[in-house]
Structure formats: C-alpha cells, structure tokens
Ligand binder design. Structure first.
Ligand code: PLP
Ligand code: ZN
Length: 455
C-alpha cells in the first residue's frame, strides 16, 4: 500500500482526515470531493477511510462525552446525530454547506409486549423510519447532498444529483436537494413503489422518471447517465451514504449508555445498510469505545434472497437472482451493489442471514402493530427473522436484541389496508381487524361493543 501523506485530504474545517479507497485495498487514495465511485484499478467499490491514528489521539471517553453533549441539542449542525459525529463521518464539509434536517436521534423503542410474547424480553426496535422523509435513507443522504453542496461551493460543476430507487432513496434525495436548492433526478420502477414514496419526489420538485423496468434496470440506466455526464450519483455504491448510515450503530450504543447489544437484526436489499451498521461497530471497537461486537442478522425477503442463497453456501460464491415481486418492495433487489461489503461484515460479526416469505413478513408486521409498533413491510421481514431465530433457540431469553426498523408504516398504508382486508396474495391475514360498519344507532353500537368485548 502507498504511504499516506499526512497533509493530503485533511479537512480545514475539523482537522480530521478521510478519503476514498478501494475495498480490496488497491493502492490509491481519492479525495471525498472527487466524483468517483469505483476503484480505477479493479472496478470494485470504494469505501471511506478515516485517519484512525488521528482519531485515536482522543480517548474513548472524549468521544463519548462529545457525542453525548451534542446529541439532539441546538448547536448547528451538531444536533443532527450524523453531524454530531462528523469527525468520524465526513470531516470535509463546512458548517454553511451542511444540508441537514436534524437526522438521527430516532427513538429506541422497548418492544416489551412483543418481546414477552416471543420469550425475548430485552427486545428493542430502533425506529429509523421516524425521520424527515420516513426512512433511514436520510442518514446517508444528508452526507451526500452536503458534500455536493460543498463541491459546488468550491466551483465544481454538478448540475444535478440522480439515483435509482425502490422508493425511499428517491424520497430522501429529493427532499435534501430541495432543502439545498439542487436539482434531483430520480429513476423509479413503474408501479413498484408505494403512493407515498412516489409523491415525495414529485412534491419536492424532482425530475421523476417512472420506468418500465425493475430496480436493477433503473440502476443500470442511472449508472450510465452518471458515468457519461457530471451528474452526481446518489446510490449507495457512493460510499458517502454509508458513512452517514453507520451512525445508526454509534447512536444505538449511545442510547444504551455505550453498552453493545447481543444481536442486531436488519433487513437487507442492496446491502448498503448492513455494511454501514457493521462499519460503525468496527470503528467504535477500533477506537476503544466498545469492547465487543454484536451478532448481526441480515433478513431478506424470500422472493429477493441472493444473500440468503449465498449464506447457505457459506458465502463460497454469490449469484445474483431475478428478484420476484414482494410486499417488501424496498428490498426487491436481485443484484445488490454492496454484496461484497456485506459478506465481509457478516463474516466478521458471526452473522446469520434469514429469510421471510410473504405470509411471514406480513403477519410479523401486523403482530408488531398489535403491540404498538407501526412499521413497514421490511421491518416485518426483520421481525419474521427474529421470530424464527427465537423459535429455534438461536436467540436466547437473556439476549438483548435490537431490530432495525427501516421505514415508517405510514409510507405503506396500502400494504396495511390490504392486509386487514385479507387482500394480499399468498398471505393469510391472521391479525386482521376490520372496521365494524353500523348505522348511527345507540342500541346497535352498544350491542356491537358488548359482543366484541364478550361482556
Ligand atoms: C433501502 C431500504 C432497505 C434496504 O437497505 P439496503 O441498504 O438497500 O440493504 C430496507 N428497508 C427500507 C424501508 C429501505 O428504504
Ligand atoms: Zn481496487
């Protein structure tokens, strides 16, 4: 590996240093302000590397105190849980170029009743969908769009930012670009995103392309657009997003007063988020902020399960699949861009990949709703994986478990309505709860209530 020039890429804003480097360790470091997504030598993805020596000059206690002091407070931009950890995330953006809606700080919900039902009482759900655009994608998008604003402020010509999306990435991109006054372009697979997900980019003024293909088809087109033009690519192969998303692991440990849970279960599609989760934990351990790692479970929809297939084979090989339609539409991805990163993370974290059928994910989601959650179908995939692992005794009664909820259920009301009307294909709605239609007549109303309560 080439020697690192201590001055190169040092941020004048924070004094910390980060750069892009090939995940396969090819020589070559690239500025975070360069428009580059893949290693020019081997074509693999890049990742953001941080100057760990520099970060280690401060004690673990220093970082914990600093992050606690900033958390959800008003000092711009540090009240954002992403920018409150900026030295380890993206040191290169000046305050005035940060595009933030105060990301992170999502509640860590103690799923007490659900946990008791399945014999895992120390069960928590990290509500990453309780955010500006309703999904965890805000965490990464704030970093990416801020960097674009920084690059534009320094004179680079970037006329627009584009992404392919299964719905939530485009919503986040469009919102952050609208905040910054930058044009966004979103590539969506026609009729494969929810109504809420379609209206978000439209409302924010994105150039919204609805294409007669699936996510993988959109991805191929947007990559071509961005490689031929100076339009900036906002998909998670752009590893700036991973840096923002990795704050989920730091934040959730922070919310447990810096204690590491035993298990984390996260749904996976393009596999950027599971990679980010692991990257955050490895960084904290590297800096001495934690001394153990959790076990990570990546949960896939059975109809889009290439990582699960590879897991069954001990990750010896990986074959993309043709993703089939699934209610978990945001993870309907057959050829995940971050698969190599994800496999490395799962191998490091004693990871498990589990899958959920349509029936399992829909009923798991509904069961969660019955205990006060209101999550998306992808969180349903993670909950279904949890139920299976608890049933098999892999996850034990004394384990502390965190399920990463990736989006808010209000973005997926059609899914929930169809569930309760028993209209979903291949799903037996075991927790359906339909409204009771009655005339406005007191006796009939009271009779209905007494019947329902068995009084
Ligand atoms: C993007 C997304 C995922 C999948 O994340 P990946 O990084 O693509 O694995 C899961 N759930 C929701 C709601 C999403 O928007
Ligand atoms: Zn390389």
């Amino acid at each position: 590996m080439e020697a690192v020039d201590a001055e190169a890429f040092t941020s004048t804003t924070t004094g910390y240093r980060a750069w892009f480097q090939c995940i396969n360790g090819c020589a070559g470091e690239y500025s975070l302000k360069e428009i580059i997504y893949r290693c020019p030598k081997c074509g693999n993805l890049l990742e953001v590397r941080h100057d760990l020596e520099r970060l280690r000059q401060q004690s673990p206690m220093y970082w914990k105190d600093l992050f606690d002091r900033r958390f959800l407070r008003t000092e711009w931009p540090h009240g954002s849980s992403v920018w409150g950890k900026r030295e380890m995330v993206c040191p290169d953006v000046e305050d005035e170029n940060v595009v933030s809606t105060l990301e992170g700080g999502s509640n860590l919900f103690w799923a007490e009743r659900l946990g008791k039902e399945i014999g895992v009482p120390d069960l928590w759900v990290k509500q990453c969908g309780n955010s500006h655009t309703g999904s965890f994608k805000d965490l990464g998008m704030t970093v990416l769009v801020s960097m674009v604003r920084q690059m534009r402020a320094e004179g680079q010509t970037i006329p627009a930012v584009a992404c392919a999306s299964t719905g939530d990435t485009s919503a986040a991109l469009a919102a952050y670009c609208a905040v910054a006054g930058i044009q966004s372009i979103v590539f969506l697979p026609k009729n494969k995103v929810s109504t809420a997900q379609l209206i978000q980019p439209i409302a924010h003024g994105a150039l919204t392309l609805s294409l007669d293909t699936d996510f993988d088809g959109c991805m191929a087109l947007v990559q071509e657009l961005c490689s031929r033009n100076n339009i900036y690519l906002a998909n998670s192969m752009n590893s700036l997003r991973i840096e923002g998303q990795k704050t989920t692991s730091i934040e959730l440990v922070q919310q447990f007063d810096w204690e590491v849970p035993d298990w984390i279960i996260i749904p996976g599609g393009n596999l950027g988020n599971v990679s980010a989760l692991g990257k955050g934990f490895l960084l904290m351990r590297n800096l001495g902020m934690i001394d153990k790692l959790p076990q990570i479970v990546c949960a896939q929809a059975e109809r889009a399960n290439p990582l699960y297939q590879s897991y069954l084979n001990d990750f010896k090989d990986f074959q993309p699949v043709q993703a089939q339609p699934t209610l978990a539409s945001a993870i309907q991805i057959g050829n995940p861009v971050s698969v190599q990163k994800a496999i490395r993370i799962l191998q490091t974290f004693d990871g498990i990949v589990e899958q959920a059928s349509e029936d399992e994910l829909a009923n798991a989601s509904a069961r969660g709703d019955r205990t006060g959650l209101f999550n998306c179908p992808h969180t349903g995939v993670a909950l279904a994986a949890l139920f299976k692992l608890a049933d098999r005794g892999v996850i034990g009664a004394n384990d502390r478990v965190v399920v990463i909820s990736t989006a808010h259920g209000l973005k997926f009301t059609d899914f929930k309505i169809n569930y309760h009307e028993s209209q979903l294909h291949d799903v037996e709605s075991r927790h359906a709860n339909l409204p009771v239609e009655l005339p406005a007549d007191y006796t009939q109303v009271q009779d209905a209530i007494f019947r329902a309560l068995a009084l």
